[in-house]
Design a protein around this ligand. Structure first.
Ligand SMILES: [Zn+2]
Length: 70
């Protein structure tokens, strides 16, 4: 019983770790320029994401991500 409880606790902690990883909205992609922080350095906003940490897909990337029309 106690072993089960410990196992559950470990699973809970693992889930907690997953929550900490930043979640990028579907229509956005992680900014490789600033690694999602939104800042290239302390004083300048990233020129790719304007300090948001996420870069919008280009129109072509959006079109490519759509399922093909049958
Ligand atoms: Zn950026």
């Amino acid at each position: 019983m106690i072993k089960l409880l410990i196992k559950k606790l470990i699973n809970f902690l693992k889930l907690d770790d997953n929550v900490e990883t930043p979640k990028i909205p579907e229509n956005y992609k992680e900014c490789p320029h600033c690694e999602g922080t939104g800042h290239e350095d302390l004083f300048y906003d990233c020129e790719k994401c304007n300090g948001t940490g996420i870069v919008r897909k280009t129109y072509q990337e959006y079109v490519d991500s759509l399922p093909p029309i049958k």
